[in-house]
Design a protein around this ligand. Structure first.
Ligand code: AHR
Length: 507
């Protein structure tokens, strides 16, 4: 048994606020995410309200889902919003060329999405079409959504059954403009981002946070050029800039884009490789953050990681373009390591969206196409266990004596941690990345006394453990036993391959 690790936390020195929006989600017209995942139609045997699955809504409400990005992804730059309004049987069809080359009937459109957001209590994050759309189309969409008077678009919305305008706090200016969103040069896109942002207007008191399509993983040049497209950020205030945030996309895979690695079958080396690739997010946030800091010392522009998560080879027998994959304990730890990084960079990272919510990539929820059964994945449970971090103030953790392992040419620390405080409650997140060895962690708690400590644990006997309709709770949180009060704080032992949260009631 190895020496205990010491984790020093100053409970009285809170840092940057951890926005609840880093716990955001993403729903694309891709495979069974929208159709069969969120939306089954009113005639379905699956219980629904206006076609939207009730079990999915209930499960996501339990996560306090803060925002939902839609309609893509790559799909967004092919999407023309007018095709998705009006009577469903009269909506034009289109080809979903990115995802399975299937015909999209547009039965889930603007009204259905906004209805879904209202049911979820989530803020809509709409991704606008820069790749194949027009400035006028974008301008009309935001008018349609948010205008309250008798303007042409507000009148059209009313004709389609919605009197009151909606609130749309987040609007994306394109998606992956360097790739599926038009294969643009960054200089060209930076100009378009300024232009499109101008026409995403604030109507009727609705203030929009505009997010320009940002870099692909390590592409610092993209961030650099986007940041130079602002006027002098040392002088102007945030409201004067054309867009308020820029995005970043980074996926975790153990192979390459031709053979990404498997969700369920992996060896110990691939376990560590996935976790080390997940930890690369920390470096990305640091390096993109440094580029942004040079131009924007007051941190007026936010970094929005609006696509992240694992991307494995599709499950055997499923349509390759539908990106359906299973989700194991390893995916859960990939998520917890990401959240630790997002918490540490809360002064720059204002929002993040896991890809994607239902039935696609690192999903929260999987639905069975035959029986309709809903399964919560191990990743879902990390989101649920972390709800206490939403809008809390980050606390630095200094970890001492953490062993590491050589992976992929670098050193992977075998424990990851983060913490936050909200009023009289502190929440500490601890991940034991070691596949075989348990770890004892001594929390050295300074600055405030605590009255009570309770813990929750997510683990399993197999690293590839996952949930299915027959075994929906194979990986689910349980009470973390054995929390021991010590002179300096408390001591706790985490099993191999596990994630735990400790909630402290402060004096
Ligand atoms: O999330 C799946 C796809 O990944 C998105 O559509 C695209 O933006 C990214 O390449």
């Amino acid at each position: 048994m190895s020496d205990p690790i010491r984790a020093v936390i100053n409970l009285d020195l809170p840092g940057a606020r951890i926005s609840r929006h880093i716990y955001g989600h993403f729903a694309e017209h891709l495979g069974r995410c929208i159709y069969g995942g969120f939306f089954v139609g009113e005639d379905s045997d699956v219980p629904n309200v206006r076609g939207i699955r009730s079990d999915v809504v209930d499960a996501l409400r339990a996560l306090n889902i803060p925002n939902l990005r839609w309609p893509g992804g790559c799909f967004a730059d092919d999407y023309h919003w007018r095709d998705g309004i009006g009577p469903r049987d009269q909506r034009p069809r289109m080809v979903n060329s990115h995802w399975g080359d299937v015909v999209e009937d547009n039965s889930f459109g603007t009204h259905e999405f906004m209805d879904l957001c209202e049911m979820l209590g989530a803020d809509p994050y709409i991704s606008g079409n820069v790749g194949s759309g027009t400035v006028a189309e974008t301008s009309d969409w935001i008018e349609y959504l948010t205008r309250s008077d008798d303007s042409p678009m507000a009148a059209l919305r009313r004709e389609n059954g919605r009197d009151e305008p909606w609130k749309v706090p987040f609007f994306g200016i394109g998606n992956e403009a360097w790739g599926c969103g038009g294969h643009l040069r960054v200089e060209q896109f930076a100009s378009l981002a300024r232009q499109y942002s101008t026409y995403v207007r604030n109507h009727a008191g609705n203030e929009v946070y505009r997010i320009a399509a940002g870099a692909n993983s390590d592409d610092l040049h993209w961030t650099e050029v986007l940041m130079t497209s602002f006027d002098d950020l040392t002088k102007v205030d945030a409201k004067a800039v054309p867009f308020q945030g820029i995005s970043l996309h980074y996926y975790t895979l153990t192979g390459d884009w031709h053979d990404k690695g498997n969700a369920l079958t992996f060896d110990t080396e691939e376990w560590y490789l996935a976790l080390s690739r997940a930890l690369h997010m920390e470096q990305l946030l640091t390096r993109h953050g440094q580029v942004m800091d040079r131009h924007d010392p007051h941190r007026l522009v936010g970094l929005v990681v609006d696509e992240w998560g694992t991307w494995w080879n599709v499950e055997e027998g499923t349509e390759p373009g539908f990106l359906y994959q299973q989700n194991t304990l390893r995916d859960a730890l990939v998520a917890s390591v990401h959240f630790d990084a997002f918490h540490r960079h809360a002064d720059r990272v204002v929002m993040a969206n896991i890809a994607q919510t239902v039935n696609v990539l690192q999903a929260m929820l999987l639905t069975d196409p035959e029986s309709g059964a809903l399964v919560k994945t191990p990743s879902y449970h990390v989101f649920e266990m972390n709800t206490g971090h939403h809008d809390a103030e980050g606390l630095d953790i200094h970890l001492l004596g953490v062993p590491s392992r050589s992976v992929d040419g670098g050193e992977l620390p075998l424990v990851s941690a983060s913490a936050s405080v909200k009023g009289d409650t502190a929440l500490v997140s601890l991940t034991n990345l070691d596949h075989a060895e348990e770890r004892t962690i001594e929390l050295d708690l300074r600055g405030r006394a605590y009255l009570e400590a309770t813990g929750r644990l997510l683990s399993a006997s197999e690293l590839s453990a996952h949930n299915t309709p027959d075994a929906p709770e194979a990986v689910a949180p349980v009470t973390l036993d054995g929390i021991r009060r010590t002179d300096i704080g408390l001591s706790v032992t985490l099993p191999a391959g596990s994630y735990a949260t400790i909630s402290l009631t402060l004096a």
